[in-house]
Design a protein around this ligand. Structure first.
Ligand code: C2E
Ligand code: CA
Ligand code: CA
Length: 595
């Protein structure tokens, strides 16, 4: 009917027409005038479908004068976007079928080619006896509303910071992949969970603005490394998911991940500073036995955590073994929380000796955990877990206090301890803790230990991750009079010249170099070069993991100041240390400033 019929001519002719079929509403001219001057874009159609009146407001709404609608009964169709025509026809079909109300939302094109969203509402006018008098319709401009809705929809599916699709979208995508795999029996997709390593340190030390900027940069790198926008998702703070579909084999997925790892590791420039980031990856390949999106995400995350704790160079693929390990880890995490309360941690001490005289010059405090079942657990197992859960801050403080008070006690009762130093390992979280300097200074004061008797060990990786912040903290610690030592040197990627900027006085060569020295002449050359350069920079050097006399001789020849390892002593309980100290040749003269 209306919109598809009524051949029209001029407005005047139309008015005559209206008078012939005059509906009740138009019983008088003033009512008709009311419609014409309505502030809304309004249409009146007679019961037989002829357009009776269109309000002047139409020009404001669509840019065309009313006369166009009178001249051409299908003018509305002409300005409607072609793809929305079915909506328009559908609306009139409903009214033709006797509905009293119908509405549709569609876009029209204005004379300047701009588009506007319109909501067209048609309702039937019935007289007191229920007879059909025609149709009254309103056309509202809903462009602004539509754009708000569009934005809201975007926010529902996208992350506002990186503009990447979010967790909901990711779940939807995995669900679709599962449905397709079920239909084709080709489970050739992979879900990769990505977590940025130690991202919290960035936020804590450089602030959230830097954190946001770095996340956006990383998101760009992920996006540009994948096939399309919709295959990378940000599903949490520093967590992303990649979806690979139609993969040929698992190897190709792993190759792509390797490329990604390299890209992520490229330094990021922020405020003129170079920031080094890395990420861990957990992979869950399509598997006909796993058919929920949530399980894909969960398993990929479990694999990621497994990879992290095993140091598998950032990537781990999910399998059932990983799952049972994850269960063990969860129970360990629960136990770890109670371990501090139940006093289950204790320290052992490993001597650091003068490479020439073998005299003990200090010792390193190493933490152990005797759990409620009486098993001794290695720090390599629980320290990463304590790091992740944040418990490391309390545990680290306990270790510091215990080590300082033990040495302070010995110093009071045994003169042989007078020149000895205790080395304590710091973790990454402790180094980025704003209160670290206060904690250390309070402990020294409480235990009455001279600051130069304490040496804190940090790894080069910890420094590289966060050089500016580490520098500030280390300078504060140095100002307290505490010694600083680079641990595990050689395992990171930093150069000695780079490390020189930090206020460190001592360097520990990682045991992997020492272990290999005899068989691998190149490693011995590296050890010699590191020692020479460290000396040139005013640092003293400790070799770790010295197990054989031959290694000690080689280190001696290379000029290594101090050594630590099973050759001299394994880590021992504190009560055994005084007798070990007297049995080892005690330092006779004034020692060099380190050891
Ligand atoms: P690290 O700081 O490199 O500590 C030296 C590790 O080498 C110790 O392992 C020690 O037992 C072992 N070791 C010493 N001499 C030899 C040797 O001749 N041969 C071999 N194969 N190994 C030797 P441990 O006690 O299992 O500690 C492992 C790591 O756990 C430490 O490595 C350190 O990174 C961390 N850790 C230990 N205690 C603490 C702590 O209180 N706080 C923090 N943050 N980390 C700690
Ligand atoms: Ca250490
Ligand atoms: Ca070490």
């Amino acid at each position: 009917m209306a919109g598809a019929t009524v051949p029209t001519s001029t407005e005047a002719e139309h008015v005559d027409n209206a008078q012939r079929t005059r509906p009740i509403f138009y019983a008088n001219d003033s009512a008709r005038d009311m419609v014409l001057h309505s502030p809304l874009w309004e249409f009146w159609y007679s019961a037989d479908g002829a357009l009776e009146v269109v309000s002047h407001a139409c020009e404001i709404c669509c840019g065309y004068e009313a006369k166009h609608f009178y001249r051409n009964s299908r003018f509305m169709e002409a300005i409607l976007l072609e793809e929305h025509l079915p909506l328009w026809h559908g609306l009139w079909r409903k009214m033709d079928e006797g509905e009293n109300y119908a509405c549709a939302e569609f876009q029209i094109r204005l004379p300047d080619s701009k588009k506007r969203w319109m909501k067209f509402e048609a309702s039937r006018a019935l007289d007191a006896d229920g007879c059909d008098c025609g149709i009254r319709a309103f056309c509202h401009d809903i462009t602004a509303h539509r754009s708000v809705v569009q934005q809201l929809t975007h926010f529902t599916w996208h992350d506002s910071l990186t503009k990447l699709p979010n967790r909901c979208k990711c779940i939807e995508k995995i669900k679709k992949a599962i449905t397709r795999a079920k239909a084709t029996n080709h489970w050739n997709f992979s879900v990769i969970y990505i977590d940025i390593d130690r991202f919290k340190n960035i936020n804590d030390s450089l602030g959230h603005a830097a954190g946001d900027a770095i996340l956006c940069k990383l998101a760009d790198r992920l996006r540009s490394s994948t096939y399309g926008f919709e295959t990378v998702f940000r599903i949490g703070g520093d967590e992303f998911v990649l979806m690979y579909e139609d993969t040929t084999d698992h190897q190709s997925v792993h190759r792509s991940i390797e490329t990604l790892i390299k890209r992520i590791k490229r330094p990021i420039l922020w405020n003129g500073k170079q920031i080094h980031m890395s990420a861990s990856f957990g992979v869950m390949h399509g598997d006909s036995e796993v058919d929920t999106a949530e399980r894909y995400l969960q398993n990929a995350h479990v694999a990621l955590n497994h990879g992290r704790s095993n140091g598998t160079d950032g990537v781990a693929v999910y399998d059932s073994q990983i799952f049972s390990n994850a269960l063990k880890l969860i129970s360990m995490e629960l136990d770890l929380h109670n371990a501090l309360i139940n006093d289950e941690f204790f320290l052992v001490y490993q001597p650091v000796v003068d490479t020439v005289t073998r005299a003990m010059t200090g010792f390193e405090a190493l933490v152990r955990w005797k759990n409620s079942q009486g098993n001794i657990i290695s720090p390599t197992k629980f320290i990463p877990l304590a790091e992740e859960t944040g418990l490391i801050l309390q545990l680290g403080e306990w270790v510091l206090h215990e080590a300082c008070s033990t040495l302070a006690g010995w110093r009071k009762s045994n003169p042989l301890f007078k020149n000895l130093k205790v080395n304590v390992n710091l973790s990454a979280r402790q180094l980025s803790d704003l209160e670290l300097t206060d904690i250390v200074s309070n402990i020294l004061e409480k235990t009455n230990l001279p600051p130069d008797c304490l040496r804190l060990e940090v790894t080069e990786t910890m420094l590289m991750e966060n050089p500016d912040y580490a520098d500030i903290t280390l300078r504060r610690l140095r100002a307290l009079g505490v010694g600083l030592c680079i641990d595990d040197f050689g395992t990171g990627y930093s150069s000695l010249m780079y490390l020189q900027q930090f206020p460190i006085s001592n360097l520990k060569i990682d045991r992997s170099f020492v272990a290999d020295m005899e068989k691998n002449p190149a490693n011995y050359e590296i050890v010699k070069a590191v020692i020479a350069l460290a000396h040139a920079l005013g640092l003293t050097v400790v070799a770790e993991g010295v197990e054989e006399e031959e290694q000690r001789i080689m280190l001696l020849e290379a000029g290594c100041d101090f050594s630590q390892g099973y050759l001299f002593s394994r880590p021992i309980p504190p009560q055994e240390l005084p007798s070990l100290l007297s049995s080892m040749q005690a330092p006779q003269k004034c020692l060099p400033q380190a050891g």
